[in-house]
Design a protein around this ligand. Structure first.
Ligand SMILES: [Fe+2]
Ligand SMILES: [Fe+2]
Ligand SMILES: [Fe+2]
Length: 279
């Protein structure tokens, strides 16, 4: 099999991981605090590791990791139904990885896909167990339908965080600058934290988070990537600042200001990197 075809298959796997991550996080956030939500979040983190392995392999082969999100199953009214959807998501992943293990000859990639496959089989069992557990424990969808200025701010924040997570991850995969690579990955992880905080805040406040993103920067050169990142970080630091001023709830205000401080830090980190890159 030629490289181009392998890249295509791995990107298909990657898109599936992306869909699984957002599907599982949507479910975990919607259930609020609790043991099962934590376990689902832990599974989503394993899918993130898979996404990372796949993206790095795609770049090693000379490809560009896809930012498309595969098919999600976010329907279903009650938690046991959601868990059933997660079982189905894992079944799709298992079938796809099995096909790709068979189709790809490269021993290193085969080994990687088998390793991921064994995780998916374990997740499959976990979600089957969660179907019963959700029924027994009466796990509930605690999201509400609140819509006002506050939920608008939070949804804007979620959209921004999701966008930069994808942007910084993609850049970290593509940049040959080792230091930039590391910082971009670190800041992407920090943005994931922000997304989680905002989504949980949203659910606690009786609303329903919408996890969608906007256009991601596609610069090819590290300096251009960093310029785009600095621009975005400056804009959002100001936007979080303005939002915090409008918000009356003191805890939410504090949270927004904490995120703002992180964004200011990101601006500074990226500015230093750009200075180095331009030398
Ligand atoms: Fe999985
Ligand atoms: Fe952020
Ligand atoms: Fe940031």
């Amino acid at each position: 099999m030629d490289k181009k075809k392998i890249i295509e298959l791995l990107n298909e796997d990657l898109e599936g991981e992306h869909a699984a991550i957002i599907q599982y996080l949507t479910h975990a956030y919607a259930m609020g605090e609790g043991e099962m939500a934590c376990e689902i979040e832990a599974i989503a983190r394993e899918e993130m590791r898979h996404l990372d392995f796949l993206a790095e392999t795609i770049v090693e082969l000379g490809g560009v990791p896809s930012l498309k999100r595969g098919k999600m199953r976010t329907g279903g009214k009650a938690v046991p139904e959601w868990m059933g959807n997660d079982v189905l998501q894992e079944e799709d992943a298992i079938n796809l990885y099995k096909e790709h293990v068979k189709a790809i000859d490269d021993p290193k990639i085969k080994r990687l896909l088998k390793r991921i496959l064994s995780d998916e089989e374990s997740h499959h069992g976990d979600f089957e167990h969660f179907v019963d557990k959700a029924k027994k424990e009466g796990a509930k969808d605690i999201r509400g339908s609140r819509r006002d200025e506050v939920t608008e701010v939070l949804n804007w924040g979620i959209e921004h965080e999701y966008t930069v997570i994808l942007q910084y991850l993609l850049q970290s995969y593509l940049s040959p600058n080792k230091e930039a690579k590391k910082e971009l990955e670190d800041q992407a992880i920090n943005e994931m934290q922000h997304l989680g905080w905002l989504a949980e805040e949203m659910v606690d406040g009786g609303a329903s988070p919408r996890i969608e993103h906007i256009e991601v920067d596609r610069s090819k050169k590290t300096a251009d990537m960093l310029r785009a990142d600095i621009k975005i970080e400056k804009e959002v630091a100001e936007a979080y600042d303005r939002a915090a001023e409008k918000i009356k709830d003191p805890d939410l205000k504090k949270l927004l200001l904490r995120i703002r401080d992180h964004e200011v830090y990101h601006t500074e980190v990226f500015t230093d990197l750009l200075r180095e890159e331009e030398k």
